[in-house]
Design a binder for this molecule. Sequence first.
Ligand SMILES: *Cc1c(COP(=O)(O)O)cnc(C)c1O
Length: 393
Amino acid sequence: MIPVAKPFLGKEEWQAVQRPLSSGWVTQGPEVAAFEKEFAAFVGASHACAVSSCTTALHLALKAAGVEGGEVVTVSHSFIATANAVRYCDATPVFVDIKPGTFNIDPRLVEKAFSPRTRALLVVHQMGMPCDMRAILPAARRRKIPVVEDAACAVGSEILWRGRWEKIGKPHSDAACFSFHPRKLLTTGDGGMITTRHRKWDAQFRLWRQHGMSVPDVKRHLSKKVIFEEYTELGFNYRLTDIQAAIGREQLRGLPAVLQRRRHQVERYRKRLSTVSGLDLPQEPPWARSNWQSFCVRLPADRNQRRVMQRLMDQGISTRRGVMNAHRERAYRKEPWTCGPRALPGCRHAQGMCERLRESEKAQERSILLPLFHGMTQAQQDYVVESLRKACL
Ligand SMILES: *Cc1c(COP(=O)(O)O)cnc(C)c1O
């Protein structure tokens, strides 16, 4: 079976975990601190704070933005954690549609979705493809609405910013949240990182991730004087461990080579799939460089998604359906959300159907993710291409 994704872990990672295992410092400690520093340098951020996942990163970033009780403008067309993080803050997601032909938020719809209750804008760089930050940010800035990037998939992705290529996570907004889940390009098993331009936000994240404790435990451990810590506000246990960070540091070191290979693999896919009629391939706008975490194709309009996926599976090829939509999940029949101040006449939100989210729904129904991973061979790729060609006939 050719898997849809597979983490790339080598002997470097294997050796790196020996450090925390032999020192005995296995939870958040010096490896986490070093990983944060190296990650910040890689994306060009002034602050990076490691946490237990991107979901917890999003929770803290939205909390820092002060969204409680208000509305957060975001997409439904994303992994469910995007919307869930809004709900953890007791805020209501306002879902806007994606731009046709892409899997990212439609910048033209963002400003219309703002209301006096809007507390933040949460954009997603879906599957590693940067969204159009230049088109999105000015409207939020004019209204002083904080912006958070769900960059779960976007480690190593870049955008052209004032004539220069910059990494996603610098961040171009107020904060960006990354995931180190095994489906992403850089993995620590589970894990996450928040980068921010605000020193104050970074200090808050550090406090919140460790129970609201006034003295980080490394500091207490190293102190020659007795220290009594305080708990200054309600915090969480959202720490990354030193075992994970040791792996993350090696993954980060290997990332440039992974990115290079990934771009090469995508070029190959692109060339060979261009002759499959009716198939839409993902496009990279001139101002963006995707890390190509996933390669998501739209099937010819008259092809049945499930049947194509089954045919591929019968050929030993694992695929996944396109990105989900939170508003179509049972959880969001119970959780509050809106598509604007007033639903359209055709909207049946209680059944998970929304007239304003038609592009999101279509993208989910028509697209599939093809296998793509570092260890994938050219022969495997060619086999996927030919099997897809036949499955689409
Ligand atoms: C994977 C993913 C997340 C969740 O990341 P975790 O680290 O698993 O919490 C959030 N948003 C998007 C867009 C993702 O792809």
